[in-house]
Design a protein around this ligand. Sequence first.
Ligand code: GLY
Length: 385
Amino acid sequence: MHNHNGASPDVVVIGGGVIGLTVAWRAACAGLLVTVFERGRPGGETSHVAAGMLAPISEASPAELVVLALGLRSAATYHEFVAELAQASGQDPGYLRCGTLALARDADEAEALERELEMRRGLELEVRRLLPSAARRMEPALAPTIRLALEVPDDHAVDPRRLTAALAQAVERAGGVVRAGAEVAEVKLEEERVAGVVLCGGERVLARRVVVAAGPWSGQLAGLPPAAQLPIRPVKGQILRLHDPAGPGLIRHILRMAGGYIVPRGDGRYVLGATMEERGFDTTVTAGAVYELLRDAIELVPGFSELQIDECSAGLRPGTPDGAPAIGPGAVPGLHWATGHHRNGVLLAPLTAELVVSALLGESPSDELASVAPTRFAPAGVDAR
Ligand code: GLY
């Protein structure tokens, strides 16, 4: 389906990644006519590369308490979210309640892990300190040399490729439209409010509400006054996908180490990531990054050396100056943002959709929405219109 039987959409969503598709699905379920414009294929960029950790506790930082609060709330809804999505789409979104082990390989890393433990306990997060012997009972493939482990029982994972495929299906089943290969060239304003979008190629689509969910490209949208743009930047992550020819079972938990993580899919496939690099829109894969990721993983799990490499790729996370996402209405009436999720887009998708749809429906803004207001980036004293 390419239109709503000739009717203009109530809402245009720019970007068909995990955020845009979740917003579109929830908006369609709320009775809005939604069209998603995705310049490539749905879930084909950042979401395609993402590992899919649902890890607010492992990723917690005292400098990012807003992100922690949002992450905990979104994680608490995930089980229900994927169950509803499976029902709506008829597809398995690949959710795995696997828990996480954070591991130290030497004395320095063990000291750092003790500090991490204290910080998380201070924030009243559920984390257990494990001796190496206990960690190896849980994961026998761990190297005998590990020094310390923390168990984070509530940090799980989902397969973002399955998730986005299920979401695209759910959007269409709910009456929404997902247009692949359709790039938005600019947002159209009339009388200082959103009037629609123009696609590359010239097609004009009228809509009074536009949601920008274009991930790391969200800061490049034409048609907006400069002061209404958001300072979103790409943060590169290189990542590997491997599988065990011997089948599942080598590792059951997400494993985290200094500088990386291993995420099991539960079927003998593993994701090994990821670098954090400020290199603009570069998505090349480098020998050094692949070497370091594999070296660290094999040191932690010697049996990893038997795995076969399926894919080496690089994705771009959408970063913001303060590390928190930009969700909700912006400076231009009718324009909503759902971007800047950095390392947490897959985790924050359900909550983001809830907040955006509530704003689209004109409900009164929550405190949560205030903490991620896109307008916090507006230069002081400049009228965005
Ligand atoms: N969420 C992990 C990452 O962005 O690498």
